[in-house]
Design a protein around this ligand. Structure first.
Ligand code: GDP
Ligand code: MN
Length: 333
């Protein structure tokens, strides 16, 4: 990041507390929360839910990022919700806005096409900025540079169950790189050329493809066509995406189509890491818009989950959880 970028970084408020891990261990990890000032109500609800169900015991820091400066009011009210370190950062312009080299006429045609198809956010440029930033730029922010694992949080999400162990440490100890609670199919029109780009990249960089990859999660025919499966990334480490980012950035698909950050991350994790490095957190109850996951059985009881396992999206039409489980031949507990 160049020194000319208009970064405003308030130093982290709050102090680390000891980890509840018996050995006092803590992962090098943080929450990352991209949002606008207008999202405040939903932000407070999400932070409260996370603190209540997990973080009041674990005290991981919170990093809030915005493409506009956070207001004083926003910062004060959010900071009141937690006694963990909190910091607020401004995203540098060059990580957010549509790059100059994008052909705006072509981009406009792409937006119009998706609007005609009535695809959600089809005409939105800010949404595309968000997808590009979340795909490959968030971890470059100075406030995030020091961390290895991220737990992505959004406004108005809910965490349904108590989580009494540290999922970051779980990821570290089990060599996981990417985790999710919801897997689903993307709108085909938003990623029309994404798979062609992936194939091109793979042809040029065959050594980057992991021999134990999860191609069968992404494709029903051994890689010829994309089946639209992706997972909403909840936890991630930046590594898989870094290798291929420059390539994807050069394609401009975030603007000419509407590539989502979730397919981009899922494809990178599925091809460039071992399949067992992606983890399904069955025990984390989570709700995002109409998509939810609620564990059943003993996990429901242990987690005092405030959700109905029958409402879970897990095996509904449009879910890709079964394809993920098929990689391993057994249901993932
Ligand atoms: P969806 O989950 O794909 O429906 O998209 P959302 O509208 O929930 O956006 C995803 C995340 O990006 C949320 O955390 C939003 O608060 C954030 N976000 C979306 N658009 C913008 C934007 O223009 N500026 C900022 N700062 N955050 C945004
Ligand atoms: Mn959302």
């Amino acid at each position: 990041v160049s020194s000319s970028s208009n970064l405003s970084i308030s130093s982290a408020i709050g102090q680390y507390k000891p980890s509840p891990d018996p050995d006092g261990r803590r992962a090098n990890a943080t929450f990352v929360f991209l949002c606008r000032n207008d999202d405040l109500d939903g932000v407070l609800a999400s932070v409260q839910s996370m603190e209540d169900r997990f973080n009041r015991k674990f005290h991981y820091p919170w990093v809030f990022l915005n493409d506009e400066p956070f207001t004083e009011d926003f910062q004060q009210r959010v900071t009141l919700m937690t006694d963990s370190p909190v910091s607020f950062g401004l995203i540098p312009q060059e990580h957010w806005v549509q790059p100059d080299w994008i052909d705006e006429n072509r981009a406009r045609r792409g937006r119009q096409h998706l609007m005609n198809q009535r695809i959600i956010y089809g005409g939105s440029v800010p949404y595309r900025n968000m997808c590009r930033f979340n795909s490959g730029f968030f971890f470059k922010h100075p406030l995030l540079q020091a961390y290895r694992y991220y737990w992505r949080v959004e406004p108005s999400v809910r965490f349904f169950c108590d989580l009494d162990y540290d999922p970051f440490l779980y990821m570290e100890e089990h060599d996981k790189i990417y985790s999710f609670t919801i897997a689903l199919e993307e709108h085909r029109e938003t990623v029309k050329t994404l798979w062609d780009s992936v194939k091109e990249f793979v042809a040029e960089n065959p050594h980057l493809v992991n021999p134990e990859n999860a191609m069968d999660f992404l494709s029903n025919d051994g890689g010829e066509q994309y089946n639209m499966c992706h997972s909403i990334w909840t936890f991630g480490a930046a590594k898989p995406i870094q290798n291929s980012l420059n390539f994807w950035t050069a394609k401009g698909g975030w603007y000419y189509e509407r590539w989502g950050d979730a397919p981009v991350h899922s494809i990178a994790a599925s091809l460039f890491a071992r399949k067992d490095q992606t983890h399904f957190f069955r025990d984390i109850g989570y709700k995002h818009d109409r998509f939810g996951h609620c564990p059943g059985g003993a996990q429901w009881t242990a987690g005092r989950c405030a959700c109905n396992p029958n409402d879970a999206f897990d095996y509904s039409a449009g879910s890709c959880l079964n394809r993920f489980e098929a990689l391993f031949g057994v249901p993932i507990q």
